[in-house]
Design a protein around this ligand. Structure first.
Ligand code: GLU
Length: 496
């Protein structure tokens, strides 16, 4: 068999979205599984909407996901250029070939005329298809249009007879009636190719063996097959992968929250988790396995296990999976990946000495189990790094302003000041003693301290928290909390 060559062909008109990333991933996995070639081609012929910033964002997101392409922008390759805007001569050459073969023609219809054709068709209950009126223009007619200053488009002369079979590796045999087609435009009046034309020329010249793309392109496929056939190109294998829906089962879009890969990256999703999660959008190995490393995905991926049914994007599952991957990281690795974030939040300076490094690692050790994304660390760890505690109003009124909280804190304070070395072994007896004296639950002793030192009522184990904060900081916060309680009590007296 010929070497497998697949491609991902994004249009640079926005960010790389979940759907595009999933298409890229399936192509990547298919290529790697078959020791083939993964091509990246930028389809930037829509000049008004394509931007360099978008191309950059797409390349960056691909790099973040580790979907390295073998040929394409920044890499080169034998079949370039890999930007459609740099391939215009090729499209022109093949359009001229179709013209000279009589399989394409110039059409001089104005937008008004085309509109009229559509309206007439609609009025008669027909499909709004182009009626082919320019198929057989005489030279005189053509000269007259040119004299009027009209600029032609080039239309493909479609074959309306019979059917076109799309033998899809996922959807099976899909048969299209050719009379549904019309003489579609292949070169626009500004000389730019249309998607359906450029994609065929490129896939053929780039020797693409398998076209793996979203199911929304299935209906374009018969048009593309007719062009392959007209030009005598080998038709590649097609595999149309199912759409991705939001939880409400409408097509996944911004309405459903974050959909761009860059946004997930910013929110602290690990590339490993993203890749694993994206792979499961429409593909499954068997029902029992959900966690796959990239190596395992490459080994196990096949198009035969891609579903025909749409996949539903489930953020909760992605978050869960991200947590799994975060917990799997070694402490050093977690540190390496989060240090830039801690810097960006202003929690640590640019230069981190060994003492601070040890502190950050202790913080990570106690939070690793508790966060779903790296970005969650900001909220979860701020009280370790910032001088001011941000009190959570609810926690304060529920815990600190509760009867007895002030007494507990003031009786614990001297005991905690007396502990020299803040370790679990040294701190635990202090809390147990207070509990026994009061005959209360341990939580009744712990919670006021927790709110005092963290500002919230959820945190890692209190002994860990105190140990990381150290005696001076922890005790100062307890004093601050006592002052807060006192000021509120006085306020109430005055109010009353
Ligand atoms: N540029 C097209 C898109 O982004 C490519 C479709 C295809 O893979 O053929 O939808």
């Amino acid at each position: 068999m010929n070497q497998v060559r697949v491609r991902f062909a994004p249009s640079p008109t926005g960010y790389l979205h979940v759907g595009g990333a999933r298409t890229a991933l399936f192509n990547y996995l298919y290529a790697k599984h078959h020791h083939g070639v993964f091509v990246l081609r930028i389809e930037d012929t829509d000049l008004a909407r394509s931007t360099e910033a978008s191309t950059r964002a797409i390349l960056d997101s691909m790099a973040y996901l580790g979907l390295d392409w073998d040929e394409g922008p920044e890499k080169g390759g034998d079949y370039g250029p890999y930007f459609q805007s740099q391939r215009l001569e090729l499209y022109k050459e093949y359009a001229e070939k179709l013209l000279s073969m009589g399989r394409a023609y110039e059409c001089y219809c104005t937008p008004e005329e085309l509109d009229q054709i559509r309206q007439e068709a609609a009025a008669q209950g027909r499909d709004p298809k182009y009626d082919g009126r320019c198929r057989n223009l005489t030279d005189t007619q053509r000269r007259e249009f040119v004299r009027q200053g009209r600029k032609p488009v080039i239309r493909f002369k479609a074959d309306f007879e019979g059917t076109t079979l799309v033998d899809d590796l996922i959807r099976g045999q899909v048969i299209f009636d050719n009379n549904q087609l019309d003489d579609f435009v292949i070169i626009k009046s500004d000389g730019m190719p249309t998607y359906n034309f450029a994609v065929v020329i490129d896939d053929a010249l780039m020797r693409i063996t398998h076209v793996i793309r979203g199911e929304d392109h299935l209906s374009n496929t018969p048009k593309q097959i007719q062009i392959y056939q007209a030009l005598g190109f080998t038709v590649p294998q097609f595999a149309h992968i199912p759409m991705i829906l939001g939880p409400d089962r409408t097509r996944l879009s911004k309405r459903h929250g974050a959909t761009s890969v860059g946004q997930f990256q910013e929110e602290g999703y690990l590339a490993e988790a993203m890749v694993n999660y994206l792979a499961l959008l429409g593909w499954a190995y068997d029902d029992s396995q959900t966690i796959f490393s990239k190596t395992e995905l490459i080994e196990k991926f096949s198009l035969s296990k891609v579903s025909k049914n749409p996949a539903v994007f489930d953020l909760a599952k992605l978050q869960w999976m991200n947590g799994v991957y975060i917990r799997e990281l070694s402490l050093d690795e977690l540190y390496q990946r989060t240090l830039p974030l801690f810097k960006s939040w202003g929690f640590v300076p640019q230069e981190v000495g060994s003492e601070l490094e040890a502190k950050v690692k202790s913080v990570l050790r106690v939070l690793q189990e508790r966060v779903k994304t790296l970005a969650d660390l900001k909220e979860a760890s701020c009280y370790f790094f910032q001088d001011e505690v941000r009190y959570d109003e609810k926690a304060v009124s529920k815990v600190l302003f509760k009867e007895g909280a002030a007494e507990i804190l003031s009786s614990l304070l001297p005991e905690l000041l007396a502990v020299k070395d803040y370790t679990q072994e040294n701190l635990e007896p202090v809390f147990h003693k207070a509990q026994e004296q009061r005959q209360c639950k341990l939580a009744d002793v712990i919670q006021p301290v927790r709110v005092a030192v963290t500002g919230t009522n959820v945190s890692p184990g209190i002994y860990d928290v105190l140990a990381i904060l150290g005696r001076a900081r922890a005790c100062q916060r307890i004093k601050d909390a006592l002052a807060l309680i006192k000021s509120r009590q006085e306020g109430q007296v005055h109010d009353g």
